[in-house]
Design a protein around this ligand. Structure first.
Ligand code: G3P
Length: 217
């Protein structure tokens, strides 16, 4: 399973990258706004900076919702760097745009996916990635990881090539369960990635080893 970081914060991207486990980055308009990035030029420059920091796919989301607008924006985003993956929402014009983009060599990530039916449409359109939002599904009282299992099963039995990218991760347990469910990629906030490091018995055991090591010098 690949690890992407779900942020537009450059310090967090650097920290995850320095850990040596980072395979890519996902962003969205909310994450860009959180970093105070404003205006097309500043946004494009920010994506370029991220692409230069990380050797892997970087998802950049369109804000158009009509077919022509999505395609125009997608082509401008794809021109920023070869690692840009154009994030397109799961709407009718989005599916049409994904079909065109996939046939014309532009990588896509279909976002805001909450059902297996939507995931089938993504794959039929030729999306590179499908992004089920598991945390938001959990927030609404369902089990997001079950959707990852279901989509992965459908893609496997049908031979679809679209990669399952588990998004809207809330905690380390989500990452573990997505790995069990066969997600191809998990895009996570930095604190969920760092949470995987933690176990109290590791801390207790290390303290004891270091204490005992003093007897050996
Ligand atoms: O980037 C898409 C997704 O990961 C958003 O997550 O936490 O806003 O539900 P969240």
């Amino acid at each position: 399973m690949k690890f992407f970081i779900d942020t537009a914060n450059l310090d967090q991207i650097r920290e995850a990258n320095e850990l040596g486990i980072l395979d890519g980055v996902t962003t969205n308009p909310s994450l860009m706004a959180k970093e105070g990035i404003k205006g097309e030029q500043a946004i494009f420059q920010h994506y370029k900076t991220i692409c230069e920091l990380v050797d892997g796919d970087v998802s950049a989301e369109v804000i158009s919702t009509d077919y022509k607008g999505i395609l125009d924006e997608a082509q401008k985003l794809a021109d920023i760097h070869p690692n840009i993956v154009v994030k397109v929402p799961m709407i009718k014009d989005g599916v049409k745009a994904i079909k065109w983009l996939s046939e014309n060599g532009i990588k896509t990530n279909c976002t805001l996916v909450f059902s297996a039916g939507q995931a089938i449409l993504c794959a039929k359109a030729g999306a590179t990635y499908v992004s089920p939002f598991i945390g938001r599904i959990d927030d609404s009282g369902w089990d997001g990881v079950q959707l990852i299992e279901q989509v992965k099963h459908i893609y496997t039995v049908q031979g679809f090539e679209t990669k399952v990218l588990a998004a809207s991760i809330r905690n380390p347990n989500h990452i573990i369960r997505c790995a069990e469910a066969g997600a191809d990629v998990c895009t996570c906030p930095l604190d969920s990635i760092m949470g995987l490091l933690k176990h109290p018995l590791t801390d207790i055991g290390l303290a004891k080893f270091l204490e005992d090591a003093k007897k050996t010098v």
